[in-house]
Design a protein around this ligand. Structure first.
Ligand code: E4P
Length: 217
């Protein structure tokens, strides 16, 4: 199982790489907008900077909605770096674009997946990665981890090569649930990964060890 960082922030990516917990990156238009980047050339340059810092896959989302524009945009984006994966929304035009791009050898991550049927259709179209959004499902009262488990089980049952990326991760429960579901990848903000690193018993245990270490000096 891999950890990706769900961010477009270069400092956070650098920190994650240094910690050994950034094996890839996922971006989306909202995350890019948070970095105050605008204009096509600046966007491309930023994607290039992310790709240079990370060894694994970097998902970059199309901002067009219709099939023809999505395919055109995806072809341009895929030339930025060999680790770029094109993120395409789970719509009819999106599936059509995934099918075309996959046949041209461009790997796609189907995003905005909220159900098992969407996941299966995305994989049928050729998606190499599928991204169920756990947190946003929880937001509307549906158990996101349960949907993720169903999707991972179906992928294993049908021996699919598609990799499941648990996305929209908001807390430690989502991280542990995604691991228990057997997901291939978790993409998470760095802050959530770091908060899942902490445990009160670790803090208490460390305090005692440090106090006893003083007695040994
Ligand atoms: C990643 O692929 C998704 O775009 C991201 O995880 C969405 O997260 P959010 O629901 O917190 O915006």
């Amino acid at each position: 199982m891999k950890f990706f960082l769900d961010t477009a922030n270069l400092d956070q990516i650098q920190e994650g790489v240094q910690l050994g917990i950034c094996e890839g990156v996922t971006t989306n238009p909202t995350l890019m907008a948070r970095e105050n980047i605008s204009g096509n050339e600046n966007l491309i340059e930023h994607y290039r900077e992310i790709s240079k810092r990370v060894k694994g896959e970097v998902s970059v989302e199309v901002m067009a909605e219709d099939y023809t524009s999505m395919v055109r945009e995806a072809i341009d984006l895929s030339s930025i770096h060999s680790n770029i994966i094109i993120k395409i929304p789970c719509t009819k035009d999106g599936l059509n674009a995934i099918h075309t791009l996959t046949e041209r050898g461009i790997r796609c991550n189907c995003t905005l997946i909220f159900s098992l049927s969407q996941a299966i259709l995305a994989v049928k179209a050729g998606a190499a990665f599928i991204s169920p959004f756990i947190g946003r499902l929880d937001d509307v009262g549906i158990d996101g981890v349960k949907i993720l488990k169903d999707i991972v089980s179906a992928m294993r049952y049908y021996n699919s090569d598609a990799q499941v990326i648990a996305a929209s991760i908001r807390n430690t429960r989502h991280i542990i649930g995604s691991i228990q579901a057997g997901t291939d990848i978790i993409t998470s903000p760095l802050s959530v990964i770091l908060s899942s690193l902490t445990h009160p018993l670790t803090d208490v245990g460390l305090k005692t060890f440090m106090e006893d270490a003083q007695k040994l000096k």
